[in-house]
Design a binder for this molecule. Structure first.
Ligand code: AMP
Length: 113
């Protein structure tokens, strides 16, 4: 989608600090980190959010969950980390492109996104 921020990041139209990329997945550092390590993992294809996950695209989400621990290992998050996906306005989703936050690098409070 040409007007989607994260689609434009995948396309290289908006700069990002990439930490991982393969054929279907892209990961980059959050511009406003809420923890020492804060990475966003997204499908390259536009899926609006968790509500957009279907039988047709759920294999991609499964792949993302294989990528996440690999990124966490590469980032040295040996003490653990949190994975968050906000879905919809009540959850605070601000970018309508499915994304998973990886948060870590210190003990996290429950208030943390
Ligand atoms: P959410 O609020 O769950 O939709 O998460 C969106 C995240 O995208 C927030 O944590 C923002 O800080 C982050 N974000 C917004 N614009 C950018 C950008 N250009 N590069 C990296 N992260 C961004």
């Amino acid at each position: 989608m040409s007007d989607c921020l994260f689609c434009r990041i995948v396309a290289g139209e908006i700069p990002s600090t990439k930490v991982y990329e393969d054929d279907t997945v892209f990961a980059f550092r959050d511009i406003a980190p809420q923890a020492p390590t804060h990475i966003l993992v997204i499908p390259k294809v536009h899926i609006p959010g968790c509500d957009g996950v279907t039988a047709e695209n759920s294999a991609l989400v499964a792949h993302i969950f294989e990528v996440i621990p690999a990124i966490a290992r590469a980032e040295g998050l040996t003490g653990g980390y949190r994975v968050v996906s906000n879905c919809g306005p009540d959850a605070g989703q601000t970018v309508p492109h499915l994304h998973f936050h990886i948060l870590g690098g210190k003990p996290l409070t429950l208030e943390m996104a």
